[in-house]
Design a protein around this ligand. Structure first.
Ligand code: NAD
Length: 254
């Protein structure tokens, strides 16, 4: 088991990639602190890990709210004594070309997708620095590097997360803390299904168009990304520092 005796905190683990990662981390022996804004979905993920014989605790928090995040990290430390892995996964979509976006729509995506990485990291890092160990995984996206139509705010956030990952890595390398980024392509989760439904008259044609921009014949699954998250969480990736890891079916070449 690759995460035996490790305490892992995953934000946005009530759904999609976060949920698959939480279930996988649980199967790999980790104590999984499941975070989500949605209490029902988050509690379900934790219950499923426990039902499968794993160890988990659900802590509701809004990753954009400092008090809420601090409280979550304090409770995690009181319960488990340490945090070995922080997976900053929570994020929201934003659809629209720049001129179509209202300032509030822009701010909302920036707030969740960037502040939502800043705050959990801010409160977890002092514990990792004291431990002199840790792995932080930041959720970026292939749109940090390739242009997709009408994804202005979302792409801006994911580019920022990739830059932040590199900056964090430099600041915390001397504490033996690794900070890496995941860059998924199109992964079929509720997030993408909702985006397809609300943004296109013909979701099937939209899926065909997304596939045409990658090399793989298939779109990704949450399990594909969870496997990459497990790699970055575990010592298997001990020589990866400040790196982008692509799980995108060759989208950068499509
Ligand atoms: P999802 O919508 O299925 O899950 C996201 C979870 O985050 C939800 O359970 C939601 O309740 C939670 N969340 C949202 N705001 C929150 C907040 N303020 N505080 C705490 N939790 C919050 O989405 P997903 O597709 O699994 O995406 C997860 C991450 O992966 C996101 O950061 C997304 O940008 C990124 N990503 C997804 C894809 C894709 O194709 N699905 C591709 C690249 C990157």
């Amino acid at each position: 088991m690759r995460l035996e005796n490790k305490v892992t905190l995953i934000t946005g683990a009530g759904s999609g990639i976060g949920k698959s990662s939480a279930l996988l981390f649980g199967r790999e022996g980790a104590y999984v602190i499941v975070n989500d804004l949605d209490a029902t979905k988050g509690a379900e993920t934790a219950a499923e890990i426990i039902a499968n014989g794993g160890k988990a605790l659900f802590l509701q928090a809004d990753v954009t709210d400092p008090e809420s995040v601090k409280q979550m990290v304090d409770t995690a430390i009181e319960t488990c004594g340490r945090i070995d892995v922080l997976f900053n996964n929570a994020g929201i979509s934003g659809v629209g070309a720049l001129h179509e976006l209202e300032p509030e729509q822009w701010d909302r995506v920036i707030r969740v997708n960037i502040r939502g990485v800043f705050l959990p990291s801010k409160y977890v890092l002092p514990h990792m620095m004291e431990q002199r160990s840790g792995s932080i995984i930041n959720m970026s996206s292939c749109v940090a590097e390739i242009g997709l139509a009408r994804r202005a705010s979302y792409s801006a956030t994911k580019g920022a997360v990739l830059a932040l990952t590199k900056s964090m890595q430099v600041d915390y390398a001397s504490y033996q803390i690794r900070v890496n980024a995941l860059l998924p392509g199109t992964i079929l989760t509720p997030f993408v299904e909702n985006y397809l439904k609300t943004s296109y008259d013909d979701p099937e044609a939209a899926i065909a168009s997304l596939k045409s921009r990658q090399l793989s014949q298939d779109l990704g699954t949450p399990e594909d990304v969870a496997a990459a998250a497990l790699f970055l969480a575990s010592d298997d990736s001990k020589f990866m520092m400040g790196s982008p890891l692509y799980i995108d079916g060759g989208a950068v070449f499509g």
